[in-house]
Design a protein around this ligand. Structure first.
Ligand code: ZN
Length: 176
């Protein structure tokens, strides 16, 4: 997570320029409610960008299990997605529907990985593409989730497509 954080901060400081402020901190937690965001205790099995405190927090055991099951590329995606929410906050981006905010964050996570690979700062192993597609499949919404629901993130296909757009074509398909 720390390596992914430093890649993300390097990336966004280049893209946003001099005014870029890194997030206040990236916090690992182990217990439900150990960390709160704007008075809301954070649940287990989650990662989040908390705009109220400008920090990223994640359940470290859950992230470690995902790392073991899916691999390191997924951890870069996970941090990249949450970091993208921090960048959206810095750019004042607030979409009407959650799903648009989420799919843009997936696209931005794709761009940060793809651009860093193109610039030679990250190397993709043979398995990494499979890891990413499996991982995005796992974090996609269930088919019965309406796209306009407040918690909607997008179907597995939508999430993978957004990520792939950013990965292949950088920030332009993300609308940035
Ligand atoms: Zn998100």
């Amino acid at each position: 997570m720390r390596a992914a954080q430093s890649v993300a901060e390097h990336y966004w400081s280049q893209r946003i320029g001099g005014g870029f402020q890194p997030v206040a901190e990236v916090v690992a937690y182990e217990r439900e409610g150990e960390v709160s965001c704007g008075g809301q205790p954070l649940p287990l099995n989650n990662a989040v960008y908390c705009s109220a405190g400008d920090f990223i927090a994640y359940d470290v055991n859950w992230a470690f299990a995902a790392f073991q099951q899916l691999g390191d590329a997924f951890v870069y995606y996970l941090l990249g997605h949450e970091y993208a929410h921090a960048v959206q906050a810095r750019l004042g981006i607030r979409k009407e529907f959650t799903i648009d905010q989420e799919l843009q964050a997936d696209c931005m996570a794709g761009a940060y990985i793809g651009d860093q690979v193109r610039e030679g700062n990250l190397t993709m192993d043979d398995n990494d593409t499979t890891e990413l597609s499996d991982g995005l499949e796992a974090v996609g919404d269930d088919p019965d989730q309406p796209w306009f629901a407040p918690g909607a993130h997008g179907s597995p296909q939508q999430r993978f497509q957004s990520f792939a757009n950013g990965y292949e074509e950088s920030l332009e398909p993300c609308g940035l």
